[in-house]
Design a protein around this ligand. Structure first.
Ligand code: DAH
Length: 346
């Protein structure tokens, strides 16, 4: 019996090693150790054996069954591994194929320009401050030397929430807030970017909503040449190294003297073209030396301190830089326009 068991083992192991799929394994299993197998017959015949023989044949049969079972398990594992490897091989992903492009959001052109301007002024030691869009009449006008009956208000009608609260017409209101908040009345440099509003008939060059950047520097011995140097640096950074600035006398109630500032045309280099309307100069902002009344209103001694201030429209700078001719493009959220500023494509 022991020899027969040994033979079963040898035959089974040979057939197991030849199996190439799960079905073959199952067949071999039932053929060699299944219910109708020779192995099972031997088991049944053990009853007639002596105790001594029972022990020997019993232990041999256990050994044979275990060896066959282990070989079956081992083989089935190998078959599965081979199948998996084959599958992996045939499913191989070709990573050299170009992927589908995923579009991610882009910065809005006004944000790009605002950040560029912020970075420049931060590099010159300015703080960037924020102010509320809903402003009081007092901060937006009165403290800026524009009393209730002042004609300069005509150009800055706005959306009033109450008699004294309005959507701010200019970021200049932040001048007042910053100077009042400066409890020690120490020198400072700041810019304030933000949205502004005016009652207007919207068209290609007018919008009831737009954005400005206000600049304000207060200190001792601050002069017009500081303002000029600062704005020259700004003009060169935004419009190119060869740019020059020109100051034209103007009027703002909160500065004295006041200036409109022009930059030499970046397209024609001052010769005259359609962008500068033949003049060689492009108007970009308003500025001046802070009016002593405004300093005094905010607790800064006008005999000790001077300041310069300026205000520019972000849309104007962006339109010049990118050649945008319709201001409404900035606000209508049209992808055909916005995608032109897409610098990051994955
Ligand atoms: N607030 C002015 C405007 O909206 C722009 C301006 C001009 C701001 C002169 C200033 C300044 O700070 O000094 O038209």
């Amino acid at each position: 019996m022991k020899e027969r068991l040994e033979q079963i083992k040898i035959d089974a192991l040979k057939e197991i090693s030849e199996c190439t799929n799960e079905a073959m394994i199952n067949n071999v299993k039932s053929k060699y150790i299944g219910k109708k197998s020779t192995f099972n017959e031997i088991m049944a015949g053990m009853a007639s054996l002596s105790n001594e023989e029972k022990r020997e044949v019993g232990s041999k049969s256990n050994e044979v069954r275990n060896i066959i079972n282990e070989a079956l398990d081992e083989r089935i594992k190998n078959i599965k591994d081979e199948e998996l490897n084959k599958k992996l091989e045939s499913d191989k992903i070709d990573i050299t194929l170009p992927s589908k492009k995923k579009k991610i959001g882009t910065l809005h052109p006004l944000t790009i320009v605002r950040q560029e301007i912020e970075d420049l002024f931060i590099s010159m030691g300015y703080d960037v401050v924020d102010g509320p869009e809903v402003e009081t009449d007092k901060y937006c006008f009165e403290m800026l030397n524009v009393p209730k009956d002042h004609p300069a208000r005509d150009a800055q009608d706005s959306f009033y929430i109450t008699d004294d609260m309005l959507l701010r017409t200019q970021t200049s209101a932040v001048q007042i807030r910053s100077m009042l908040a400066n409890s020690e009345k120490k020198p400072f440099k700041l810019i304030c970017p933000g949205k502004t509003y005016r009652r207007d008939d919207d068209d290609a060059t007018h919008s009831h909503q737009f954005s400005q950047i206000e600049g304000l520097v207060v200190g001792e011995n601050v002069s017009l040449s500081d303002l000029k140097g600062t704005l020259e640096t700004f003009a060169k950074k935004m419009f190119g190294e060869n740019r020059e600035v020109r100051f034209r006398a103007s009027y703002f109630p909160f500065t004295e003297p006041s200036y409109e500032v022009d930059v030499s045309c970046f397209k024609c280099d001052g010769k005259g073209c359609n962008i500068c309307k033949g003049t060689g100069w492009i108007e970009i902002l308003g500025s001046g030396i802070v009016h002593p009344n405004v300093l005094g209103n905010c607790g800064f001694d006008p005999d000790k301190y001077q300041g310069f201030a300026f205000g520019l429209g972000i849309e104007r700078v962006a339109s010049l830089k990118y050649g945008v001719t319709n201001i409404r493009d900035y606000f209508t959220n049209d992808y055909r326009f916005l995608k032109n500023f897409d610098r990051k494509e994955l």
